[in-house]
Design a protein around this ligand. Sequence first.
Ligand code: ZN
Length: 122
Amino acid sequence: MAALSQARLSLEDVFENLRLAGIRQLGQVERAYLEQNGHVSVIQYECLQDAPRGLPIVPPWDLQCPPTVTDTQATADQPLACLGCGYVSVQPCASCPRCGHAAWTWACQNPLRNSHELTFHV
Ligand SMILES: [Zn+2]
């Protein structure tokens, strides 16, 4: 997050770059590099089904933000993703151990095809 501030990129700027690379959720990203020209290069897991669950970034949050869930809803087989930084937790947490943010959403593998709460209607 500090690198983003130094690069003067907002989270939404980064998400936009990731969407342009075909990323649907942050778990798909194996590596990402901020290039000197300001673009983000992405190395992703070859198969979406092999990617760990992560913070959904589709649809763009200005169209529809992921639903906020309370920490008490976290389970081992349904991890939560921090809405502040994308950290994924498999245990209930009041606040994110990475960024301190206290808002969570469901971590998902494919936000456009999940059958639970993250089914979006655009
Ligand atoms: Zn966080």
